[in-house]
Design a protein around this ligand. Sequence first.
Ligand SMILES: C[S@@+](CC[C@H](N)C(=O)[O-])C[C@H]1O[C@@H](n2cnc3c(N)ncnc32)[C@H](O)[C@@H]1O
Length: 357
Amino acid sequence: MCTETHTQLDQAKLEALAGKVLGDTAGALGVLLSYIGDQTGVYRALEEAGPCTAGQLADKCGLSERYLLEWLSATTSLGYVTYDSEGESFSLSPEQAAVFAREGDPTCMQGGFQSIVGEFAQYEKAVDVFRSGEGRPWGDHHSCLFCGTDRFFKPGYNANLLEHWIPALEGVDATLQAGGKVADVGCGYGSSTILMAKHYSNSMIHGFDFHEPSIVAARENAEKEGVSNVEFFVSDAASMPDDGYDLACIFDALHDMGDPVGAASSICRALKPDGSFMVVEPMAGDSLKENQHVLASLFYGFSTLVCVPTSKSQNVGLALGAQAGQKRLTEVLNQAGFSYVRRVTETPTNMVLEARI
Ligand SMILES: C[S@@+](CC[C@H](N)C(=O)[O-])C[C@H]1O[C@@H](n2cnc3c(N)ncnc32)[C@H](O)[C@@H]1O
């Protein structure tokens, strides 16, 4: 009887699920194909050129026409490129250009693709830690993850940090305009740090990250941008200097930390008594039941491969995960000594919490 129940398939449900998974599987190839198009400049060239044949595009990009035709056929059938059968030409609609070609646009997905490709490139390590239950340090991942993370998050910071997030914190914008001190903890490649330094030229902005190659990249980026009121330090979040900061921030990194309570306690000590702690975390409800949508599946996916292993590789290894939710994050911040925590603003992808002592 039990066997019978198991073998009774609802044909309509099966077809719906199989169809979805088929689409997801094609999409998995689409991620790699899109990354190839990004790295070889095809999307950018296609946007620049407008409608063109595979041969014309191959000449423009210096690529093999046969490979390019196959790539264009695959990406056309995925809906990533537009095909005109009469002129046998390919082009990007403005929407396709926004998602695939325009670096720096908040809609551009190439940073996300790059991060995913980096995870596939080292899938054996992912299988190993999943089997053993051990942690995997941030620095143990393929370099595509570090670069891809920066590309993926930076446009969101450009669009929101100065215009919406900091102004949502009481009095902080005015303090930083006049000249204050900011700590950006877990700063990665320093995009958020440099953005604040450029805007608040009277303030000093410090970026901290325990991953040395990221700090090297952040220093190079600051030099390229010609900003002098920024300094980067290789440091664990739990060892912040007690420097009297007006604002401390953590962008998409608190849940990656092994000891988020310890990190937040260290920030609590490093802030001025009236200082503000801004915590930007992935948007999430407080339970798995609430987190049943495509964005959550992306966050949970990265969390399984990156965030949970990163946290588990560190002291304490709390492993909050990338969908911790405001309630759990508030508990962490309360435990660290912040008695006042509120959500000051949000975007479809991020929640912005302010914690005060
Ligand atoms: C998802 S990345 C976000 C980086 C950057 N804030 C951004 O938004 O682009 C997480 C960062 O947290 C850093 N990190 C994780 N645990 C840390 C710790 N205990 N102390 C300092 N940095 C840490 C990692 O090295 C990594 O750069």
